[in-house]
Design a protein around this ligand. Structure first.
Ligand SMILES: Nc1ncnc2c1ncn2[C@@H]1O[C@H](COP(=O)(O)OP(=O)(O)OP(=O)(O)O)[C@@H](O)[C@H]1O
Length: 258
């Protein structure tokens, strides 16, 4: 289980202080898919950086499987928003996907298998020798997802991973994430500012207030596990859930935290 308890993060530079996160508490059960949704600038990236051990919180803590997270935990992979910056342009797709496996000291033959199966899983069979700059934005983001999948993480963090791709690609990638989550039984924490995306993807949605950020509300997405872009988004239940999330986010914007 991933536990975030009383998390607070204040950035200080000189005399200027920004309280990005005030007091965040929530949990993600093993194998769950939880979407965090909140207004722009509410500290979603700060939160994921704390969860992935890249940033030390000012107070509070993050625990994974009962142990405190004090640095990047083994068994965790992160997919960032900007695929352009997360892939190394001078390395082939294969080398990009393989790099974390080398760092994990996976044997060469197994690395080859994992690279191939993860590229297959994201629909990029046959692109291993291409360079990222030869691929479209959506394909580059698939490479970033393949790299995370190849790592065989127990926990996958995704920070607005589809913000920079077109609507059709985004819909395809959303379905890809749900399919991979169902197949791999990985725990997913997915951050987005897009309410529809949060409800479509998640089994639970955690709503954040605007900065300084607290958990505004949480809801269980009791839609059928089999979802598809056309029917799920037209389902009255989907519309009811997205309305609830929307109302909470609007409320959060109006409630200025003191
Ligand atoms: N390194 C930093 N130093 C100072 N302030 C920072 C730093 N990083 C973020 N902040 C501030 O913390 C707040 C939260 O930023 P963060 O990037 O975590 O939000 P976000 O919800 O991910 O934003 P967006 O949705 O726009 O990507 C903002 O007010 C931001 O200006």
């Amino acid at each position: 289980m991933l536990e975030v308890k009383g998390l607070r993060k204040v950035y200080s530079s000189g005399s200027r202080e920004v309280e990005a996160l005030r007091d965040l508490t929530f949990t993600v059960d093993n194998g769950d898919l939880v979407c965090l949704v909140g207004p722009s600038g509410c500290g979603k990236t700060t939160l994921l950086r704390c969860v992935s051990g890249l940033l030390t919180p000012t107070s509070g803590e993050v625990r994974l499987g009962g142990s405190p997270v004090t640095g990047p935990p083994p068994g965790m992979a992160v997919v960032f928003q900007e695929y352009g910056r997360s892939l190394f342009p001078w390395m082939s797709v294969r080398a990009n996907v393989e790099l974390p496996l080398k760092q994990k000291k996976v044997a060469r033959a197994r690395r080859k298998e994992l690279v191939e199966s993860s590229l297959d899983a994201v629909g990029l069979t046959g692109t291993a020798d291409a360079y990222p700059w030869q691929l479209s934005g959506g394909m580059q983001q698939r490479v970033a997802i393949a790299r995370a999948v190849a790592y065989e993480p127990e926990t996958l963090l995704m920070d607005e991973p589809f913000a920079a791709v077109d609507a059709q690609t985004r819909a395809d990638l959303e379905d890809l994430v749900r399919a991979l989550w169902q197949r791999l039984k990985v725990t997913v924490l997915f951050v987005t500012h897009d309410i529809d995306e949060a409800v479509y993807l998640g089994r639970r949605v955690v709503m954040l207030s605007s900065s300084p950020t607290v958990v505004q509300d949480e809801l269980v997405v009791d839609l059928p596990a089999e979802r598809d872009q056309l029917h799920t988004r037209a389902d009255p239940k989907f519309i009811e859930l997205r309305t609830r999330v929307y109302e909470q986010i609007q409320l959060a914007k109006k409630t200025v935290q003191k």
